[in-house]
Design a protein around this ligand. Structure first.
Ligand code: NAP
Length: 283
């Protein structure tokens, strides 16, 4: 059995192409889609991610503004800044880079983002709508995971998907998206008993654990599809690629899996938001 490598860069490229064309059409109407990224503190990885997002905006015809707040920023100051961005008509999407310093109430800060600008699906309102099946902006990595499966025409309906991780930005929303596409979903987490047994039942495995090379090949059923959402130091995912590859029908590499598609969705959602806001002004 040969294993198909699911190329996230290829999926991202197609989404970016459409986003670029739509951004251009908006510009012709005098609207420049703009993403605001908010970074608090000095985490070097977060700096890199924010820079990458800004560069992607530039490349595909969006504006971006970068707000960098000092490490000692309080929850109140961060919420105040987010509210300012909510009421700025030039800003169409707001991304608060996660994680924020531990003294900040991250949930409170996320909840301050206006629903129309919640392009990464981090508010409980946005998450709730997506879970109900009608939300506009699912969290970007989960949306990217579904896009990869769809691009490669991997059936979801009726399949048993096992998601490892239940974070509000990844494990939970991807489980909901898979459920909405009629998969049978098992969600595993740190208190799950006999994780390898659950993983061995999966037709589709989504690893979102935050632990390098965590999922081992001998847990995996022959012919499973493996999506590795993990990204750990040293460019390694949450899946032990070497041992999982020979068992899998299809697998995402790290880097080059859900990562690039996540950025593509962030830009796409920002353009979606700009188009929607433009329609609201016209009406
Ligand atoms: P997170 O908030 O730390 O959540 C990790 C999840 O894994 C938690 O639900 C935790 O369970 C579970 N877990 C931890 N240890 C486990 C164990 N031994 N067995 C089973 N489950 C376990 O992480 P996250 O933000 O969701 O990120 C997960 C991974 O995705 C990371 O590698 C991150 O770098 C990557 N990521 C990538 C992108 C991208 O753009 N590609 C975006 C976001 C995140 P509990 O809930 O019980 O604690």
């Amino acid at each position: 059995m040969s294993t198909l490598v699911l190329d996230g860069l290829r999926v991202a490229k197609e989404i970016h192409q459409q986003t670029k064309e739509r951004a251009l059409r908006l510009r012709e109407q005098g609207i420049v889609p703009c993403l605001a990224t908010v970074l608090v503190g000095n985490d070097p990885a977060s700096h890199t991610y924010v820079r990458m997002k800004g560069k992607a905006c530039e490349r595909y015809g969006l504006d971006s503004i970068r707000i960098h707040m000092p490490e000692e920023t309080t929850t109140e100051q961060l919420v105040e800044k987010i509210k300012e961005l909510n009421s700025d008509p030039k800003i169409h999407g707001i991304l608060l880079q996660h994680p924020v310093p531990s003294h900040i109430d991250e949930r409170q800060a996320f909840e301050a983002i206006g629903l129309d600008k919640d392009v990464d699906g981090v508010t409980s309102h946005g998450y709730g709508e997506v879970s109900m099946g009608f939300g506009e902006f699912p969290s970007c990595t989960p949306a990217g995971i579904i896009a990869i499966l769809d691009y490669y025409q991997i059936p979801i309906e009726g399949k048993h998907a096992v998601v490892i991780g239940r974070s509000p930005i990844l494990g939970k929303p991807v489980s909901q998206l898979l459920l909405n596409r009629n998969a049978t979903v098992t969600v595993c987490h740190s208190r799950t008993v006999d994780l390898p047994h659950h993983v061995s039942q999966a037709d589709i495995i989504v690893a979102a654990v935050g632990k390098p090379r965590f999922v081992k090949g001998d847990w995996v059923k022959e012919g499973a599809v493996i999506i590795d959402a993990g990204y750990n130091e040293g460019n390694v995912g949450d899946v032990d690629y070497e041992s999982c590859f020979p068992k899998a029908a299809a697998i995402t590499p790290v880097p080059g899996g859900p990562g690039p598609v996540t950025i593509a969705y962030l830009l796409k959602h920002t353009v979606d938001a700009a188009e929607k806001q433009a329609r609201q002004i016209r009406e």
